[in-house]
Design a protein around this ligand. Structure first.
Ligand code: ADP
Length: 305
């Protein structure tokens, strides 16, 4: 593991017990074949946001080596500003790396990925559109759906209605966002992210603004959608319980420099019910992650003194 040294460059410190390197090759989850090629493959990826920062050697994220198996659910936890959003931009092709290579589904990423869907902490539904029209929005933008929309509209609409029913929003298709609760809006936002059947779903703190009960309901909805459709998920979260409940693998990032420092595979059996969050095994993983994050914070504090 490395932490930020006083000269602004990374310096080596002892790796936390059981950490396992984040660059430790294939991270195949319990449901995926270990020998299969990675679905998401980061090879020594560095990103500086502009030429000036690049010339100064100031990278938002650096030295990312990360392999995600097809169908794997990964969660990324870390402090604000450690580069989680930057990682998302790299994974979806919104930002090209300054160094290194990113492959998704065997192909080098050169621009925005059509096979990805995204949802954020704010549901950001368009207020003048109904729930159904909001969910169908990506089909008006992403090819080949855009060209097919005229001829296949009834089929696409049926798909949107089925997805809404699946997340418990049957009967709310014609409501406007202001007529929905925060949890309902977030369900609709997840449907919008999935309507074009992406292979990769990126979620940036999607449940962060919701109350605890609604959040847990949405965990289960996401769990079920992923189990049924098998897409990959990259979830950014501050909630360690959420990461342990949902993910196959959890990565801890650290700030200054933005690096992946440790990987924790979650071998709890699936399907996971909410009851599992009360078991000692679950609590131990949460506790262990909390311990690592605390140790990283402490290491950072000691270095800056
Ligand atoms: P997180 O999502 O973990 O809060 P970010 O990925 O947003 O972190 O930011 C990582 C680092 O990159 C931070 O130091 C941030 O200030 C910097 N950063 C983010 N966006 C930009 C940008 N557009 N230009 C320059 N620096 C940026």
């Amino acid at each position: 593991m490395r932490v930020h040294g006083p000269n602004g460059r990374p310096r080596a410190v002892e790796r936390p017990a059981e950490a396992g390197g984040a660059s430790a090759g294939s991270t195949a989850g319990s449901r995926t074949a270990a020998a299969a090629p990675p679905f998401v493959d980061f090879r020594d990826v560095w990103l500086a946001y502009n030429d000036e920062l690049l010339a100064q050697g100031k990278f938002a994220v650096e030295a990312i080596d990360l392999q995600v198996a097809r169908g794997e659910f990964i969660a990324i936890v870390g402090p604000s500003g450690c580069g989680k959003s930057t990682f998302m931009k790299l994974a979806t092709g919104l930002k090209p790396p300054s160094r290194g290579e990113i492959r998704v589904d065997g192909k080098t990423v050169h621009g925005p990925l059509k096979i990805s869907g995204m949802a954020f902490q704010s549901a950001s539904l368009l207020p003048w559109r109904t729930t159904l029209a909001n969910v169908m929005l990506p089909l008006e933008i992403v090819e080949p759906f855009r060209s097919e929309l005229k001829t296949k509209k009834p089929e696409f609409e049926a798909r949107a209605r089925a997805l809404l029913a699946r997340v418990g929003l049957a009967g709310y298709e014609d409501k406007f966002p202001w007529q929905l609760s925060g949890g309902m809006q977030q369900r609709a936002s997840i449907c919008r992210a999935l309507i074009h059947e992406p292979q990769l779903l990126l979620l940036d703190e999607p449940f962060g603004a919701l109350d605890a009960f609604t959040r847990e309901e949405l965990w289960c909805i996401l769990r079920d959608l992923q189990a049924a459709q098998g897409f990959n998920v990259i979830l950014v979260t501050h909630d360690l319980r959420e990461s342990v409940f949902l993910a196959d693998t959890i990565y801890v990032m650290t700030k200054s420099p933005g690096r992946f420092l440790m990987k924790r595979e979650v071998n709890l059996p699936r399907p996971r019910e909410l009851d599992i969050t009360y078991t000692p095994e679950f609590g131990e993983i949460v506790h262990e992650l909390r311990g690592h994050i605390g140790a990283l914070k402490k290491a950072g504090m000691e270095i800056s003194q």
